[in-house]
Design a protein around this ligand. Structure first.
Ligand SMILES: NC(=O)c1ccc[n+]([C@@H]2O[C@H](COP(=O)([O-])OP(=O)(O)OC[C@H]3O[C@@H](n4cnc5c(N)ncnc54)[C@H](OP(=O)(O)O)[C@@H]3O)[C@@H](O)[C@H]2O)c1
Length: 259
């Protein structure tokens, strides 16, 4: 049984991994766990334990929060594309010498039969769609990432996102599909067939919840324009929740030994 004084952990969440960490740590008496959500969703599901919502105010704001709450360790479990938060966390923790772990699900990797075009940014994705001559594209991007594609006047877009874009970019031809994963393979196959999709554009988020569209695309020989992950600071990284919990135990043990 742990005998050390209560430590404080900040989880930067907004992902299934962030919720799973909060679940796993909810019964720990030796630990005060604070989950942080960006506040993008109107009524977000709240993680178990303490929660705070909204930006910290850049690196300086985060540093102030870490000091005020006497945070012992931070787990950055934000989405692989949430690059700003990850960079801020690395800077703030670095200056305060607070251990920081990045919990990041592995990216999807192409399999035999896949026709993926990896792209580093949205302009390159627009070019890729032009080069492919895509006409009926399934876009599975966040609502704030749609605007660059409105220049493609000859494309019919099926836009799948969780929250409606406001405002909707001026697409010549687009249909909005509000839906949230996990998505099953049969449903993804039916969706591609029903809308006669000839290309998918998505981000390499990784994880199982939205991977079936890639299987369905492979089965149908549909190309996938795959936005690669943004660069992140080099940090200790875990690819799943158990590995992240092991890291936390090591950090807390080391702290106890030096106390
Ligand atoms: N990007 C995606 O594709 C995606 C997908 C699913 C879920 N999410 C989740 O949605 C959130 C926002 O994503 P994003 O792409 O907008 O991130 P981002 O570009 O990295 O972050 C922009 C700003 O939002 C605030 N922020 C982000 N995550 C936060 C958190 N967990 N707690 C408190 N403030 C946070 C920070 O504001 P301050 O500088 O003011 O501190 C940050 O500088 C993340 O928590 C992420 O895990 C993102």
């Amino acid at each position: 049984m742990r005998i050390q004084a209560r430590c404080a952990l900040l989880i930067l969440g907004g992902t299934s991994e962030g919720y799973a960490l909060a679940d796993a740590l909810a019964s720990r008496r030796d630990l005060r766990v604070i989950s942080s959500l960006a506040g993008r969703t109107l009524s977000p599901r709240l993680p178990l334990g303490e929660t705070r919502i909204g930006g910290f105010g850049g690196v300086a704001g985060l540093r102030g929060f870490l000091q005020a709450e006497r945070i012992t360790a931070v787990m950055d479990a934000t989405h692989p594309f949430a690059a700003a938060m990850g960079t801020n966390a690395a800077a703030a923790c670095g200056t305060l010498d607070i251990p920081l772990l990045r919990l990041e699900r592995p990216p999807w990797r192409p399999e035999p039969g896949d026709a993926w075009l990896p792209v580093p940014d949205w302009p390159a994705a627009v070019d890729a769609l032009r080069r492919l001559g895509a006409r009926r594209v399934l876009l599975t991007l966040g609502r704030q990432e749609l605007a660059p594609f409105a220049v493609l006047n000859h494309v019919r877009f099926l836009i799948r996102c969780v929250t409606p874009p406001d405002p909707m970019p001026p697409f010549a031809d687009a249909e909005l599909l509000l839906d949230r994963g996990p998505f099953g393979l049969a449903a993804e196959q039916a969706l591609l067939d029903r809308h006669r999709i000839d290309c998918i554009l998505c981000k390499n988020s990784g994880g199982g919840a939205s991977a079936p569209k890639l299987t369905a695309a492979r089965q149908r020989g549909i190309p996938v324009v795959m936005r690669e992950r943004p660069p992140r600071p080099v940090l200790p990284t875990a690819s799943d929740v158990p590995a992240a919990l092991d890291w936390l135990d090591r950090v807390l043990d080391a702290r106890q030994q030096t106390a």
